[in-house]
Design a protein around this ligand. Sequence first.
Ligand SMILES: Cc1cc2nc3c(=O)[nH]c(=O)nc-3n(C[C@H](O)[C@H](O)[C@H](O)COP(=O)(O)O)c2cc1C
Length: 127
Amino acid sequence: MKKILAFAGSTSSTSINKKLAAFAAENLENTSFDVIDLRDFEMPIYSIDEEENGFPEQAKRFTSLLDNYDGFILSLAEHNGSYAAAFKNIYDWSSRIEATVFRDKPLLLLATSPGSMGGEICFGSWS
Ligand SMILES: Cc1cc2nc3c(=O)[nH]c(=O)nc-3n(C[C@H](O)[C@H](O)[C@H](O)COP(=O)(O)O)c2cc1C
């Protein structure tokens, strides 16, 4: 059975994107899944100076966690027309540890917001 990791690009304790990611995971057939919270992976804001001090343990833990799954569900919170800084930060650190952050595995990318565009702008800023 395929294993999926679902999470939100948000550190809100009441994240609507975490709820959406979990809902999507629950509705996949023939898969098992885990849901994680980026609040459990707090780390400094990335800079080359910080990196010279070594990788944060939480960045290493997040990156190695991704090895355990066959695919991912990520729902991005939208802040000021882009994805939230919390996700950008963990993505930046992870990309320094393993350049292909999602290991070329399938990624279901979602976004939701209370705004009229429903998180649509997030996708434009996704590289
Ligand atoms: C700093 C900040 C900027 C935001 N900018 C946008 C925005 O550009 N577009 C939008 O639709 N919603 C915006 N929102 C509303 C968020 O989409 C909303 O807070 C949503 O619940 C965030 O997702 P989350 O609950 O998963 O953290 C913003 C919220 C904050 C706090």
